[in-house]
Ligand binder design. Sequence first.
Ligand code: MN
Length: 232
Amino acid sequence: MLPPRCDCTQTPPLPTQRTDRFPFPLLPLPYAYDALCPALSGETLCFHHDKHLKTYVDNLNDALRPWPRYHNWPLERLLRSARALPPELRAKIINNGGGVYNHNLYFAGMKSPAEEPLGPVGALKAAIEQAFGGYEGFQSAFTESASEVFGSGWTWLVCGGEASGGGLRILNTSNQDTPLAAGACPILLLDLWEHAYYLDYQNRRKDYVKNWFSLISWERANNRYLLCCSQC
Ligand code: MN
């Protein structure tokens, strides 16, 4: 049961429609609010998805409404081309479009901590072994990178982009910035804004990072990796 101060109602499934361009919908969570317990509570998921993400969706649509020339652009194209957008639109797309893009990937990239597999699978498993010496090496490198995010931001596992040689790498971004403009393809990502964990962990961000590993949907991450690698 959700605490009474969280007035969320599970977002209904979308009718069949394009979801990657204006007007952007609030995508439903792919699981129940309390599916990530005990790592993240239903209350955290409720506020994070229904309040924070919805605000980014609404602000992105408000920003794009007066610009019909961009209504057919997928979100990835808007973000990759952000530096070329009109100055009065640019920051709104980077902040709110990034907020929508990052949160959709973040929520879709998690699953119940009880659900297997609990470690990397498939081609991504082999790539993690090559890049980090194995899953433990990846966890340690990702945790260290996350500890270096000061203020609000994200830690990412990406493929491709500048100086990557086509392999995997871990990087941080600030605010709602994405690695798309740098040519990298996101495989998985961790939200390090306080709103992502504060109700459950308060100042214990390290514990949130540690428990997030049990939430990674490795099947989904492997699918992202296969998609990314075909682009690298
Ligand atoms: Mn967030």
